[in-house]
Design a protein around this ligand. Structure first.
Ligand SMILES: Cc1ncc(COP(=O)(O)O)c(C=O)c1O
Length: 402
């Protein structure tokens, strides 16, 4: 296996005199040279606004921007018209809460799970409040899996929306989306998938999953920040009114009324994040060159190794499934007698970057009766040696706190 660290300039540095071991990939991934170069090239050679000019630069920028939609579509098994660029997962879900919320009525139900990130929780809580709809929550089992029996009981004819994460950013649990799609569609509910943690790590085919909408962020998959994706089934997008109004999405405007372009342009008002789209397309090309299934199997091996090594350390409790089945390369854990922030700070002294806190999942933390956890998350540039360094640093932290 190639050492992919070489492709990522940022990983060459030392922190506190120690080689940087970056294990905060669920928060954001680092960027390979190819992505950084693609963005530089765009600004040095092709920068112009899109869809507006007939001059050479505008045509080049427009083609690159349109090709980015094509690249994303191909990556997740969608059609080009089904890919809307947003700022990220958060904006994609807020977009949906806003446009789908327009047709919600008092008494309608929105179903979420206990393991949602705030991005897929608060927008629904707010729209439910506004419309008098009811928010219902699918619990998790003792094994940190979605309680499918409860999900079945909670999905009723009143359920209009089931919005659920594909993969928990805290537990690493991967949810059975195909099964949930079947269940949701039986009661005519719309299935929305938060794929922020799954698209960067596993093969996704939206047609196979049969989800109605799917959201993810470029920065968690080697792309730049500020670019994300909302996938929607074509026939659903055709019937949706725009989220925002302005330039770039208009077919015709008179003093009396306006008409819109087709999807995706009707949903992308204003000057878009052109460099972000170009960077994301390059990031996908980088992933495709390695092969997403190779990434999945490599990070799976790392996760298995990390679970095994972490379990050997006295005082550590894994907060998430104990085995590798249907599990992403995200491991949350607590250390007896230590606060996650203290652990994070001591590990930083050793050059190890992990996350400590509630991971924007306060409803889950409340259910688990935890203030927070530490979280190590892996990607293609991590190695078994990185995990050994993590374990050594944890033991050092335990010694300090003895
Ligand atoms: C599961 C999940 N959903 C949503 C988000 C929000 O993503 P973004 O901040 O890129 O919008 C995150 C980010 O950590 C996440 O892990």
């Amino acid at each position: 296996m190639k050492n992919y660290k070489e492709d990522f300039p940022i990983l060459k540095q030392r922190i506190k005199g120690k080689p940087l071991v970056y294990l905060d990939n669920s928060a954001t991934t680092q960027k390979p040279k190819a992505v950084i170069q693609a963005i530089t090239d765009y600004y040095e050679k092709d920068n112009a606004n899109v869809h507006r000019g007939v001059h050479e630069l505008s045509m080049r920028a427009s083609i690159a921007y349109e090709n980015a939609h094509k690249r994303v579509a191909e990556f997740i098994g969608a059609e080009e018209e089904e890919i809307i660029f947003t700022k990220g997962t958060t904006e994609s879900i807020n977009f949906l809460a806003y446009v789908l919320g327009r047709s919600l009525k008092a008494g309608d139900e929105i179903l979420l799970s206990e393991m949602e990130h705030h991005s897929n929780f608060v927008p629904w809580q707010q729209i439910a409040k506004e419309k008098g709809a009811k928010l219902k929550i699918i619990p998790i089992t003792k094994e940190f899996r979605l309680d499918m029996k409860a999900a079945e009981n909670l999905l009723t004819q009143k359920t209009k929306i089931l919005a659920i994460t594909h993969c928990s950013n805290v537990l690493g649990t991967i949810n059975p989306i195909k099964e949930l799609a079947k269940m949701a569609h039986q009661v005519n509910a719309t299935l929305i998938v938060d794929a922020a943690q799954s698209v960067p790590h596993m093969q996704i085919d939206v047609k196979e999953l049969d989800c109605d909408f799917l959201a993810f962020s470029g920065h968690k998959m080697f792309g730049p920040t500020g670019i994300g994706v909302l996938y929607g089934k074509r026939k659903l997008l055709e019937n949706l009114e725009p989220f925002m109004y302005g330039g770039g999405m208009i077919e015709e405007v008179t003093q009396e009324k306006s008409t819109w372009k087709d999807s995706p342009w009707r949903f992308e008002a204003g000057t878009p994040n052109i460099e972000g789209a170009i960077g994301l397309a390059k990031a996908i090309e980088y992933i495709q060159d390695i092969g997403i299934t190779n990434i999945e199997s490599y990070t799976g091996t790392l996760t298995e190794y990390a679970l095994k090594e972490l379990k050997k350390v006295k005082g550590i409790k894994i907060i998430g499934p104990q085995d590798i089945n249907n599990r992403a390369p995200v491991i949350s854990f607590t250390i007896q007698g230590m606060h996650p922030h203290d652990v994070g700070e001591i590990l930083n002294q050793e050059g190890v970057a992990i996350r400590g806190g509630n991971h924007c999942a306060m409803p889950l933390m409340t259910s688990l009766k935890l203030d927070g956890t530490n979280r190590a998350s892996f990607h293609i540039y991590n190695t078994k040696e990185d995990i050994d360094t993590l374990i050594k640093a944890i033991k050092k932290a335990q010694d300090i706190f003895k």
